[in-house]
Design a protein around this ligand. Structure first.
Ligand code: PLP
Length: 390
């Protein structure tokens, strides 16, 4: 068993940046006021929240009152979809929700629940073999009764990047609000909401070296009105509840640092990723790259191995000292076939064998070399056990 683990699961979460922790600390004990309080302690906390909102809005090319802080990407997705779907239904009668079969469950299951319980209809735009929206299919989903469209910017399991700008333009031409889940994209891709034609965008800080349990939703004003949560009037009435001040400060600081380091990080990480993709495709039999070869996240390598159980593969890699994932972290320990691989048309002998290897700031070429030397032997061992029991 290896002594030290090499962390290759940056799409699941990232370590908190030390500088971000320092920025957060005073708001736990020194400046602990409630931002809604009138006194000075409250106003100090409120100033920190509003300064953070300004930082985030500047990085998105948005206005401060278009940013709502939430408890994470899951809540942002729920708030965007529920808040907008209900508002559109009340105001226009539109009741058709449009998304894709390869969304994170916080989008797909939210839409399914609205369909089952609230009288909405749900349509899934087909994706191609790389999990990307087929633009030539989009038009027929953009109709008078479409309440909103939600398409993931970059897929968490297979890393494919969707043509968000073109999807946004098509939605805008029909006056249909467009939401994108940018949880995975935030560390790597253009987030200029004007350029992208995006009306609502989901972000979560722990994907870019910020704290867990804090997210943001961008929603374009004045056009996009969402029905807010009930309770206090925090976050301009969109998201009730006393704000998590230290985490909001941490969100803004980590977002700024991540965006600043992006030009230097992206080519370095993409080269390491390519080292893993090329070696795996060259040295392992019966393997397929999942997701698009070029239109994929710079840090994201993902594969399907025929006749391999992904959970056994993760356990074997863990023993060898590598922390990877079989898909999204939520699926770890779940022996079900990957719904994403099923949606991409993979047959059953492939759909249990997903592997996701995601890199980040701490990744080095030595880590990649060690992984490349280890993986083929691990796959061989698992397959020989499989052939004995099959
Ligand atoms: N959306 C995408 C694309 C994700 O990858 C994730 C997390 O893996 C989420 C949403 C949910 O993030 P959280 O669990 O932090 O709310």
């Amino acid at each position: 068993m290896a002594n030290e683990t090499i962390y290759f699961d940056y799409a699941a979460t990232t370590p908190l940046d030390a500088d971000v922790l320092q920025a957060m600390l005073p708001y736990f004990n020194e400046s602990y006021g409630n931002p809604s309080s009138v006194h000075r302690a409250g106003q100090r906390a409120d100033a920190a929240v509003e300064q953070s909102r300004l930082t985030v809005s500047n990085l998105l090319n948005a206005q401060p009152n278009e940013i709502t802080f939430t408890s994470g990407a899951t809540e942002s997705n729920n708030l965007a979809i529920r808040g907008l779907a209900h508002r559109r239904k009340v105001e226009t009668g539109a009741n058709r929700l449009v998304t894709t079969p390869v969304e994170h469950p916080s989008v797909l299951e939210t839409c399914r629940q609205l369909e089952a319980q609230d009288g909405f209809t749900l349509d899934l735009i087909p994706v191609d073999a790389d999990g990307r929206v087929q633009l030539d299919q989009l038009g027929k989903y953009l109709t008078e009764d479409t309440a909103m469209v939600s398409v993931v910017y970059a897929n968490n399991e297979i890393g494919s990047i969707n043509p968000i700008q073109a999807i946004g333009a098509a939605c805008r031409a029909q006056g249909i609000p467009f939401h994108t889940d940018a949880a995975q994209a935030a560390n790597h891709l253009n987030l200029n909401v004007e350029e992208l034609n995006v009306d609502l965008m989901t972000l979560g800080a722990h994907k870019f070296y910020g704290p867990k349990g804090i997210g943001a939703l961008y929603h374009h004003l004045p056009g996009i009105m969402i029905i807010g949560q009930t309770g206090g009037r925090q976050e301009y009435g969109t998201r009730a509840g006393t704000q998590n001040v230290p985490s909001i400060v941490g969100f803004a600081r980590s977002f700024q640092l991540a965006r600043d380091s992006l030009p230097e990080m992206t080519p370095r990480i993409a080269a390491l990723r390519d080292g893993i993709i090329d070696s795996t495709l060259d040295n392992v039999a019966d393997v397929r790259l999942t997701g698009h070869r070029e239109h994929r996240l710079a840090n994201h390598a993902s594969f399907a191995f025929k006749h391999v159980d992904g959970n056994q593969l993760l356990a074997a890699l863990d023993i060898e000292g590598f922390a990877c994932s079989s898909g999204s972290a939520c699926k770890t320990g779940n022996p079900e076939p990957s719904p994403i691989l099923v949606a991409l048309g993979f047959t059953p002998e492939w759909t249990l064998g997903g592997l996701r290897v995601t890199l980040g700031r701490g990744s080095t070429s030595e880590h990649v070399d060690q992984f490349n030397q280890t993986l083929p032997g691990v796959i061989d061992r698992l397959r020989s056990v499989h052939s004995l029991v099959a």
